[in-house]
Design a binder for this molecule. Structure first.
Ligand SMILES: [Zn+2]
Length: 394
């Protein structure tokens, strides 16, 4: 029994000069509308206690265009989509998956989404609204035959590269059921510890890139402000960043695919990344391994292939609990990689022990719930500390 799901195919493309101009305008307008939506929403909430959603904001778009006529120079579809993205960002915040949305800046990655009424796809080439020519796409892998793109997202990264992400509704065949189950723990020195005792290391090859990055950043800082050389140096920094994040993502995809293929049930902590990242000594190690992105990949791949991803309450003391006898330590300093249980004498590797507890906890959560559906962060956000970010919850 296959099930229909949406899958994104991402390719690099090379816009013509004319296309670059149209895209730059579109990115700018999307950013403007997104930021306008966010600030309008904030104001309405602060002054009237009113929560504005997509429909409310989209209804104000025509008036906004009257006020800023240049918004009408670009396709109106990406502007509506920018408001949809804002909605999505807010939902992610309310469901505990992300921080409160912030204003978009020109220096960061740019993007614009075209719904199906704003592009044409003839089976071979893709043409966006307001453009005469199709995009020159580097098809490093083919789209599935008879693919009908439901939306297309164009992005430009800080290194100046253009990408097109094509969303396709697809039937994905679930994998054969396996009895295997696994718990995963985010370690500090290793990327993931498995309850099987295996640790998958944070790949050392980032170290070399990081040295290069530090060097490029120093060079950038020495250049005169607003000079051409400074601009070039900034681009160089962005290119190294892009390379690091490409390699990391690639690595995470391989690992998440492997874990999903091998296991029926995968248990993870619905992470305190936000809180942990605020701890400076740890912040680099944790943001480097990109745990949030990794869990996101596990999540959608689990849905594709008929696996179950269980996310566990973030304040379960997985590190401090003995996985053999359930004795809980008073404290376990972060630098203690190994410990012996004072109650039963079992010697533990910190991360493997945590992974085993996560598995046990995950299984008990699914058993109690009487279902094998994934437990979303939203369902279990009972902990008051969770909202302790710099942004108050609305
Ligand atoms: Zn014990």
């Amino acid at each position: 029994m296959s099930k229909q799901t949406k899958r994104a195919y991402k390719y690099r493309f090379y816009p013509t000069t004319e296309q670059k101009i149209i895209l730059a305008q579109t990115f700018g307008c999307c950013r403007f509308v997104y930021n306008w939506g966010l600030s309008t929403r904030k104001t309405a909430y602060r002054e009237q206690g009113q929560s504005l959603y997509y429909n409310d904001l989209a209804a104000m778009l025509p008036a906004l265009k009257q006020h800023y006529p240049w918004l009408s120079d670009v396709s109106s579809v990406p502007l509506q989509q920018a408001l949809r993205h804002l909605d999505r960002a807010l939902v992610n915040f309310f469901e505990g998956r992300a921080d409160y949305p912030t204003f978009k800046k020109k220096q960061n990655d740019q993007s614009a989404t075209y719904a199906s009424n704003a592009f044409t796809w003839d089976g071979q080439s893709l043409t966006l609204a307001k453009m005469d020519e199709p995009l020159t796409i580097q098809w490093h892998r083919p789209l599935p035959t008879d693919a009908k793109p439901s939306s297309v997202t164009i992005s430009k990264d800080a290194a100046g590269r253009y990408f097109v992400s094509i969303l396709i509704a697809e039937h994905i065949q679930p994998l054969p059921v396996t009895p295997k189950m696994v718990g995963l723990d985010l370690g500090i020195k290793s990327m993931v510890a498995l309850s099987t005792g295996e640790t998958v290391g944070n790949p050392g090859y980032f170290a070399k890139d990081e040295k290069k990055l530090a060097k490029a950043q120093r060079r950038h800082a020495r250049k005169k402000k607003a000079s051409r050389n400074r601009h070039k140096a900034r681009l160089k920094v962005a290119k190294i960043h892009a390379r690091i994040s490409d390699r990391r993502r690639d690595y995470q995809h391989k690992l998440s695919t492997r874990i999903i293929h091998e296991n029926q049930v995968i248990c993870v902590e619905s992470l305190a990344v936000k809180n942990m990242v605020q701890n400076h000594s740890l912040s680099k190690a944790i943001s480097d391994v990109g745990w949030g992105e990794f869990v996101r990949q596990l999540d959608y791949k689990a849905q594709w292939y008929g696996r179950t991803l269980v996310k566990i309450d973030r304040f379960y003391p997985s590190s401090k609990t003995c996985s053999t006898c359930k004795h809980v330590l008073d404290a376990l300093p972060l630098d203690r990689r190994e410990w012996v249980c004072p109650n039963c004498g079992t010697a533990h590797d910190r991360d493997t022990n945590a992974a085993r507890n996560i598995l046990a906890e995950g299984l008990s959560v699914t058993a109690c719930g009487g279902s094998v559906r994934p437990v979303r962060a939203k369902a279990r956000r009972a902990t008051p500390v969770e909202a302790g970010t710099s942004h108050p919850r609305e």
